[in-house]
Write a protein that binds this ligand. Structure first.
Ligand code: ADP
Ligand code: ZN
Length: 623
């Protein structure tokens, strides 16, 4: 990885931002977007691009990337062209900008030719502020001619990591982006991404010829997200309880590995009174698009999805992301959990994880296509993910370190809130490993975890009897631990590379490191398996949108939400396009009595004030 010091300084959370005072950019921020101050590096980025400089911006999801190109597009003469792979979301992006009074349009393959012609005519006439463009349109000479006929203020390259062939979202069309610089050398370019690994970053710079662009690397911390990873028991029940106790009525995303479990989980939640819809590649296009649209538009819907869901979903009020299966990499986990809490309000990233996840992932790696080097890569990704799951120290620190950033114990993850106990598991580890060893040495046999644990527990079940395993010396030497505890031992040994698992049947085998435990006195520290996880003290209400609100404001907030839902429905836009939760919270707390006062609330710009101001005041006075 490239050392972080090759880049601009990491922003700190304590950066107070800069008051909007003078300057065209700050004026736009206040008047159009209704915000008082830029966040973190935004001001510097905006000023750099307004002045015509190229920029590479790395910010986590929810960090505020959009403003970095939207404000310069409004300040510079001409039209900001935004290249984005998220075709399905362009309409929503344009709607959100229109609600702010920004003139925006898009060009992609979903349009009828006459719609496209209208947008092109607006572009040439300079009647747009922002144009969203699908990358495949860059291959067309007509697009280049269009750019020549209108005035381009800047090129924004969103999801810039899509240009990287090693990344997980490679789009061949993105390679065509190199023409921008060659053909329009005077137009500033700003490339943005939330993917942080050094390799991808370097590839973006190289492929987009951004060598002399200024780089802005924000902190990747998402302080409002509470990270929690719990032992998997009955995942459906655990999920239900998690939602009911902490996130009833909230919007959330539940990730599962297979389509089958997506369907089952969505049905289970629905049966239990939670509004949930499935999303996976096996659904027909219409249903899939419909479910996504419902998720974006309705308040408090849960979507159960495979990882195919969510890229570019900029719904700001997703209150939780739950994983019922182990993600394949920390990058994937971080990207998926990052979809929670873009509005900065408290949110939860919750996951359950167990022995079978490890077995299953190893199996998938064993049977994956590609060469040994590729499998090795997958293995490294998995190991990092397992290390995160098994850590006894702060999860956030571990995440940040993974992205080459420093961090201090956060106080808002499960290991900080209820520090796990560790215990000396050397003897149990030796018992388990020697059982595996004996079977191999004495009988030439290998078995899966379940059977090994049965031997340790001295269970005379049919399989044990059939193989005469009750005659082994190790039979019944492990009755001091319960079944669930033994499974925890196996899982942690696997995660730590002290044991290996192979093949379709998940048979356990020893590794080099196993021998150190068996013969060289290597100590094994394990994490205690909680019987049942009790919620961290602050977790019970961690994610509710109403957390931290004065009780008296809650009913006002709820009434504002109802008004917002009705207004959004009437106008056919997602609720957050009207106002974000954060804005409604502030209104509920301050209860402005005039339009002027309302206009000073964060997120209430000129246009929204004119459009919704009276409606909001009516809700407030209609007590
Ligand atoms: P990203 O694209 O990096 O995921 P967004 O651009 O969607 O993030 O911004 C995330 C959220 O933060 C949005 O709700 C946005 O309105 C809000 N936001 C961004 N910048 C500011 C700011 N300077 N002040 C207040 N809110 C902001
Ligand atoms: Zn922590």
């Amino acid at each position: 990885m490239t050392p972080p010091d090759a880049f601009a300084a990491v922003a700190t959370d304590t950066d107070p931002g800069v008051d909007a005072g003078s300057g065209a950019a700050q004026e736009v921020l206040r008047r159009v977007f209704g915000y008082d101050r830029f966040r973190g590096d935004q001001r510097e980025i905006v000023e750099h691009v307004v002045a015509g400089g190229d920029a590479l911006v790395l910010m986590p999801t929810g960090g505020g990337k959009s403003l970095c190109y939207q404000v310069p597009a409004l300040v510079r003469p001409g039209i900001g062209v935004v290249i984005s792979p998220l075709i399905a979301l362009m309409q929503d992006q344009v709607d959100a900008l229109s609600a702010l009074g920004v003139r925006a349009g898009f060009l992609n393959s979903t349009q009828y030719p006459d719609e496209r012609r209208t947008v092109e005519a607006q572009f040439v006439a300079g009647e747009l502020d922002l144009l969203y463009l699908a990358p495949e349109r860059l291959r067309l000479e007509s697009t280049a001619q269009l750019f020549d006929r209108g005035k381009v203020a800047l090129f924004a390259i969103d999801e810039a990591h899509c240009v990287s062939q090693w990344g997980h979202d490679f789009r061949p069309d993105y390679l065509a982006l190199s023409v921008l610089h060659e053909r329009w050398p005077d137009v500033p370019r700003i490339a943005l991404t939330a993917t942080a690994t050094g390799k991808t970053r370097d590839e973006i710079v190289q492929r987009l010829d951004l060598g002399s662009a200024r780089r802005f690397v924000a902190s990747f911390d998402r302080p409002n997200i509470q990270y929690r990873i719990e032992p998997k028991n009955k995942p459906d029940r655990q999920l239900l309880e998690f939602i009911n106790t902490e996130h009833a009525g909230d919007a959330g995303i539940v990730y599962c590995l297979s389509r089958n479990s997506v369907e089952k989980t969505a049905a289970f939640l629905t049966e239990n009174g939670i509004r949930a819809v499935p999303y996976h590649a096996g659904l027909d296009n219409r249903t899939r698009a419909q479910n996504q649209a419902r998720f974006l538009r309705e308040d408090g819907l849960v979507v159960v999805a495979t990882i195919a869901f969510g890229m570019g979903i900029d719904k700001p009020d997703v209150r939780f992301v739950a994983h019922l299966d182990l993600p394949k990499s920390v990058e994937g986990y971080y990207q998926e959990t990052g979809r929670a809490g873009r509005d900065g309000l408290p949110s939860t990233a919750w996951m359950v994880y167990g022995l079978n996840d490890v077995v299953q992932q190893r199996k998938m790696i064993d049977s994956s296509e590609g060469d040994a080097a590729h499998r090795r890569q997958l293995q490294l990704h998995l190991d990092a993910m397992l290390a995160l799951c098994e850590t006894v120290s702060c999860r956030r620190v571990q995440l940040l370190n993974y992205f080459d950033q420093p961090g201090a114990a956060c106080g808002n993850c499960d290991t900080c809130l209820t520090p796990p106990e560790s215990w000396d598991g050397t003897v149990p580890a030796q018992k388990l490993l020697s059982t595996v060893l004996r079977l191999k040495r004495e009988r030439g046999q290998s078995f899966g975890a379940g059977h090994i644990v049965d031997i340790l527990l001295g269970k005379k079940n049919p399989k044990v009897l059939q193989h005469d395993h009750h005659e082994l010396k190790v039979f019944g030497i492990g009755t001091d631990l319960r079944d669930i505890e033994w499974r925890g031992v196996v899982r942690q040994l696997l995660a730590g590379g002290l044991l290996a698992v192979h093949g379709d049947y998940g048979v356990l085998t020893l590794t080099e490191a196993s021998n150190e435990v068996l013969f060289d006195g290597r100590q094994v520290l394990l994490r205690r398996e909680p019987e049942r996880v009790t919620k961290p003290a602050r977790a019970a209400k961690a994610g509710k949108a109403t957390v931290d609100m004065a009780p008296a404001d809650v009913p006002v907030f709820e009434r504002l939400r109802e008004w917002r839902a009705a207004t959004a429905k009437e106008q056919g836009v997602p609720a957050y396009v009207v106002f974000h939760d954060a804005t409604l919270r502030e209104i509920a707390a301050r209860k402005p009595s005039s339009l002027t006062e309302l206009g000073s609330v964060g997120g209430v710009g000129e246009n929204k004030l004119a459009k919704y101001g009276e409606g909001v005041l009516e809700v407030l006075t209609g007590e």
